[in-house]
Design a protein around this ligand. Structure first.
Ligand code: ZN
Length: 452
């Protein structure tokens, strides 16, 4: 990557929102869980866009304090009343069966059945999403209104599922940059038909990986598609050494709705990804929420566990758990839309651009201000408003480019978009007023980690 900010221009296509939605719609119907063929089918679909490396980890393998569970697969499920009508049918919605339900085939009374039914009384028309990964159980999920309409009779209950030794499956793709230092982009692939959580994140990262192919970058980009929690734990257990290469990272989930944007900082709180995301979101013209780390959420919980403490944050639109659609059948394809997906994609691309282009320069004329007018530098960029920002950017860059402050430090201090600082620095470089510092931005203890 050069420092001319072409990353965003190259990577953001005009119809990117439609492209992401179309792939999200393709994987939406698949019945995923933390193990099983749904994950494999999803990874195969991603693999049609980028050369994904697929890993299969056997049931029973120890991964830190956890053990890879059995593999869960399901062919069908239904509840039939005495008239032979299927009142609930898995083929209409895969949310109808609690994920990891053990097989069942029996007749039972309504009272017995009710002990195995989940509903949402406050949202009586929606099907809830439920799982029981680590306790042997079975259940159906249905609209509360449907449950209330059921007569006191005998029901035929069938869940045609299999829980047996097999594998946990995950996929990863590495875009190689100039260095082996990595930027991790991680999405969970364990939810069944839920569009925002997380077909949107999987689809966004797939398209990002695809459009990065062939691009020259400073960092290597690792795209990880793994089941939530156990998948991230498994990856970390098998890549403990390699994980030390991760210098920046984002967990991406729920990026297709119009809320937020929301960024939850890494455990460190002042990692460069935290600052790059905050910088991007603050200048996005949207109403962002920037949250401190908390040990609840998605796979950042594992990446930010104290034994790893990786600089990985969480990017979302609406914050998880705050929207009524969350973990219900209302999180369907109507809930996500191309303009929102496109904005999410652009925000991630902007943060990557900051990470890629942050650099330290040195003012070649640090004794008093250089005479800018003589060099034609006042008001040379864009219209009036842009020119004012560029003038301020010039003054800030010249003042803080003492070989110790990076462009991101300067953008934060000047409260200007990174792109303005970066563009202006290019002009000053061209005019000989700046030179590249001998100190690199990612040297520990210097650069981006040093607050102004
Ligand atoms: Zn979820």
């Amino acid at each position: 990557m050069n420092a001319e900010g072409y990353f965003r221009e190259k990577i953001v296509k005009e119809d990117i929102g439609e492209e992401i939605l179309s792939f999200a719609a393709e994987i939406y119907p698949i019945c995923r869980s933390i193990t099983g063929n749904g994950v494999r089918e999803t990874l195969r679909a991603i693999g049609a866009h980028v050369p994904l490396e697929i890993h299969e980890v056997p049931t029973g393998t120890a991964v830190f304090d956890w053990v890879i569970p059995q593999e869960w697969n399901i062919r069908g499920a239904y509840i039939k009343n005495e008239r032979g009508e299927k009142i609930v049918d898995f083929s209409r919605s895969n949310l109808h069966v609690m994920s990891f339900s053990v097989p069942v085939r029996q007749h039972m009374s309504l009272t017995e059945l009710k002990q195995h039914v989940y509903t949402l009384p406050d949202q009586p028309d929606l099907i809830p999403y439920r799982t029981s990964y680590y306790a042997e159980n079975w259940a159906f999920c249905m609209p509360h209104r449907l449950l209330e309409s059921l007569r006191d009779e005998t029901y035929e209950v069938v869940i045609d599922s299999h829980l047996q030794d097999g594998h946990l499956t995950y996929g990863e793709y590495l875009h190689r940059g100039r260095t082996e230092e990595e930027f991790l982009l991680s999405a969970h692939v364990c939810h069944p038909s839920l569009a925002n959580d997380n077909c949107s994140g999987v689809a966004l990262l797939t398209q990002l990986a695809k459009h990065m192919e062939g691009m020259q970058t400073r960092y290597s980009y690792r795209f990880l598609f793994a089941p939530g929690t156990i998948g991230a734990i498994t990856w970390l257990a098998r890549n403990e050494q390699r994980s030390q290469r991760i210098k920046h990272g984002l967990v991406v989930s729920m990026v297709g709705d119009g809320g937020g944007p929301t960024y939850k900082k890494s455990r460190r709180g002042d990692a460069r990804i935290d600052r790059a995301m905050a910088q991007t979101l603050r200048h996005s013209g949207l109403a962002p929420s920037i949250l401190d780390f908390s040990p609840y959420g998605y796979d950042e919980r594992q990446y930010c566990s104290p034994g790893f403490n990786l600089p990985v944050g969480l990017f979302q639109r609406s914050r998880f758990g705050t929207i009524p659609h969350y973990h219900t059948s209302a999180d369907n394809l109507d809930f996500i839309a191309p303009p929102h997906l496109a904005v999410s994609y652009r925000l991630i691309a902007e943060a990557i651009e900051i990470i890629e282009n942050d650099a330290i320069y040195r003012n070649t004329m640090p004794k008093c201000e250089p005479q800018l007018g003589r060099r034609g530098l006042y008001g040379m960029i864009g219209g009036d408003k842009d020119a004012a920002a560029a003038n301020m950017a010039m003054l800030w860059i010249l003042n803080l480019s003492d070989g110790m402050h990076s462009l991101l430090d300067i953008a934060e201090r000047a409260n200007l978009p990174f792109a303005v600082i970066q563009r202006t620095a290019q002009i000053l470089l061209h005019k000989g007023l700046l030179v590249t510092s001998e100190i690199a931005v990612d040297e520990p203890g210097v650069s981006g980690d040093m607050r102004p």
